[in-house]
Design a binder for this molecule. Structure first.
Ligand SMILES: C[S@@+](CC[C@H](N)C(=O)[O-])C[C@H]1O[C@@H](n2cnc3c(N)ncnc32)[C@H](O)[C@@H]1O
Length: 243
């Protein structure tokens, strides 16, 4: 109810203000700190998570220094329209899981459009609308779309992150980056899998019905660009060199 009241207040008092997106980001981050989920919003915990009982605290979000421009659109199209940049970071989906459905409550909190919903998770009905779907979540179409996006992006250096559990194997990702005609560096980070994968598998009645197969995965970061430049970037990440 507090989140609802603040959300109403943002539109009422800051509807035309440049602060509106800042306030929305702050409210979203505050709500995320007290939610009663395991992260994704495909189901909710049967008992309140302890953090859900904490106070809701709105904080000033960390700002990126300098000026900037946010452009929202389909990456496969935008790469052909955006001006040249020094560095492009591509952080594509890895698999079938969509942010639109996994985080539908946040989607609604920002849109504030009271959508019709379905199922125990109360997902938005427009989750079923093809317009909310992405080629990057479709196993068969994704590799070609990613290859084309990496190749077309107009940047001196391209950084791509991906998981070893994603649709595209590392060798193919390297090949996609090589298609830019530049050298490629690969950084690999051993990481904890997302929390939903760590807690086991439970039936709707709450009984444990399956075990966790593994708890770690590898997150890759591929750098593509001038050899000296990406070499220095990799060196800085791995050894903290000042170059
Ligand atoms: C791995 S997440 C990246 C998250 C982001 N870097 C962050 O820190 O929040 C992939 C993101 O790509 C977005 N996405 C999926 N398909 C897209 C497309 N065709 N064009 C642009 N973005 C897309 C998803 O909605 C999601 O936000």
């Amino acid at each position: 109810m507090r989140i609802d009241a603040i959300r109403e207040g943002i539109d009422e008092h800051y509807g035309d203000s440049p602060l509106r997106p800042v306030l929305l980001a702050s409210l979203l981050a505050a709500a995320d700190a007290v939610d009663s989920t395991v992260g994704v919003q495909m189901a909710y915990l049967k008992k309140w998570a302890p953090r859900a009982l904490n106070d809701l605290r709105l904080r000033v979000p960390a700002f990126t220094p300098g000026t900037g421009r946010a452009v929202r659109g389909d990456a496969t199209e935008l790469v052909h329209e955006l001006p040249a940049v020094d560095l492009a970071y591509l952080d594509p989906p890895y698999n079938q899981h969509r942010y639109f459905t996994n985080y539908h409550v946040w989607e609604t909190l920002v849109r504030w459009d009271r959508p019709e919903h379905y199922g125990v998770a109360c997902k938005r009905v427009d989750s079923r609308d093809p317009a909310t779907k992405s080629v990057f979540n479709a196993k068969r179409e994704m590799p070609a779309a990613l290859a084309q996006t990496i190749k077309s992006v107009n940047a001196d250096v391209v950084v791509v992150s991906f998981s070893n559990e994603g649709y595209v194997p590392l060798a193919d990702l390297i090949e996609m980056c090589h298609a830019r005609g530049n050298p490629v560096e690969v950084l690999a980070f051993d990481s904890k899998r997302y929390v939903g994968a760590l807690i086991g598998i439970y039936s709707p009645s709450g009984d444990k019905v399956g075990n966790v197969s593994h708890t770690r995965n590898t997150e890759y970061v591929l750098l593509s660009g001038d050899a000296d430049r990406i070499g220095a970037m990799a060196e800085q990440v791995l050894h903290g060199a000042s170059s």
